[in-house]
Design a protein around this ligand. Structure first.
Ligand code: ACO
Length: 330
């Protein structure tokens, strides 16, 4: 009988574009203030990709770092999954562009669209594939160029988002590296219209009218999304605690999606996790959709004082609405 495998994260990486856009910079672009953005969201600055820097470029840079930290060659990867809502193009998949950029010639490639929960969805798929033995080494990437779908004249949304990428290598080998103990994913699509980019798909193909109506930009009903975010992230955390039979007190680090500091505070309070266990990067990166927890996981692995056996709870929510969570053991 085949030995039971538990998937491990054998390497992580991240990439943030060089340009930093501060709240002060935004004051000269729209009617806003550093004070409003800081108190309402916790964000101070975000990174913005260059005009000729694409989602696949950021993804490839994060991927190369993850491969280096895993001690793996690109040719050893048998699948690349990219989680993104800002692909280079509708097709081919961004994963295919990444394959070419990093030289992972033996990999199959696909993208998944689950918005801010995309990295968790992708890790869940990768975990299952290595645990069934069908794949050995999978590169999971989350990369977003949200600046390309942001209306820079709309103060309700343009202060919230940033660009970036994070990646990890998932393997079924016994490595002594962090193990993915449990995953949970879900969705509630009854209010999907509260957060979307309507244009460019088959419902509103690109035309003069869709451009004039600004349908190629992200649209969000902030206040309603806020309420859904708290409930969905609470639900994802609660479900995975039950599924894994792990108590919240056993969690050493809580890594939530970083859309707004007030959402994070509300979720942490509801699930009963103390502030010093909450990892935060919203102040320096804003909301990078799927890339948020991907960059966060790389930072937690590198900077958090983790000991063998410590458990990390990852929790995200995004357009759809999708939600999901992971428990990782260091
Ligand atoms: N600067 C100054 N004033 C502003 C700004 C701004 N940037 N943006 C909005 N305002 C104003 C509004 O016009 C409003 O003015 P009014 O009272 O005169 O109408 C006032 O501030 C309050 O607006 P609210 O929308 O009630 O502000 P709120 O406290 O809800 O904060 C925010 C807005 C930050 C968007 C919040 O609702 C939020 O974070 N929502 C959730 C976002 C989120 O989680 N997104 C997740 C997923 S993203 C993805 O999947 C890609």
């Amino acid at each position: 009988m085949r030995k039971k495998i538990t998937a491990s994260i054998i390497g992580t990486g991240s990439y943030l574009p060089a340009k930093v856009l501060t709240n002060k910079d935004l004051e000269s672009m729209v009617d806003t203030s550093d004070e409003w953005i800081t108190t309402r969201t916790g964000i101070k600055e975000r990174h913005i990709a260059g005009d000729d820097e694409y989602t696949s470029d950021m993804a490839a840079k994060a991927a190369m770092q993850a491969l280096q930290s895993a001690g793996k060659k690109p040719s050893s990867i048998d699948l690349i999954i990219v989680a993104t809502i800002t692909p280079d193009m509708l097709f081919p998949s961004t994963a295919c562009f990444v394959q070419d950029k990093i030289g992972a010639k033996n990999a199959a490639c696909f993208d998944i669209g689950a918005a801010c929960s995309g990295y968790i969805y992708a890790i869940e798929i990768a975990k299952r594939l290595v645990e069934t033995g069908s794949h050995n080494t999978i590169l999971v990437i989350a990369a977003e160029k949200l600046s390309a779908i942001t209306d820079w004249t709309d103060r309700n949304t343009c202060v919230l988002f940033g660009d970036g990428a994070g990646a990890c290598v998932i393997s079924g080998e016994e490595s002594g590296k962090p193990r993915i103990l449990c995953t949970y994913t879900g969705a509630d699509s009854s209010a999907a219209e509260l957060l979307m980019m309507p244009g460019g798909g088959t419902r509103f193909p690109a035309s003069m009218q869709t451009v004039e109506k600004k349908l190629h930009f992200l649209k969000m009903a902030g206040r309603e999304v806020f309420k859904n975010a708290v409930l969905s992230m609470y639900r994802a955390a609660e479900r995975i605690m039950k599924k894994s039979d792990i108590k919240i007190d056993e969690i050493k680090c809580f890594l939530p999606h970083q859309a707004n500091i007030r959402i994070i505070d509300a979720v942490a309070k509801k699930i009963g996790i103390s502030k010093e266990k909450v990892y935060l990067n919203v102040q320096k990166f804003g909301n990078m959709s799927a890339a948020t927890v991907a960059v966060g996981l790389d930072e937690v692995f590198k900077d958090w004082d983790l000991k063998p056996g410590d458990k990390i709870l990852v929790d995200a929510f995004g357009a759809g609405f999708t939600f999901g969570s992971l428990v990782i053991e260091w």
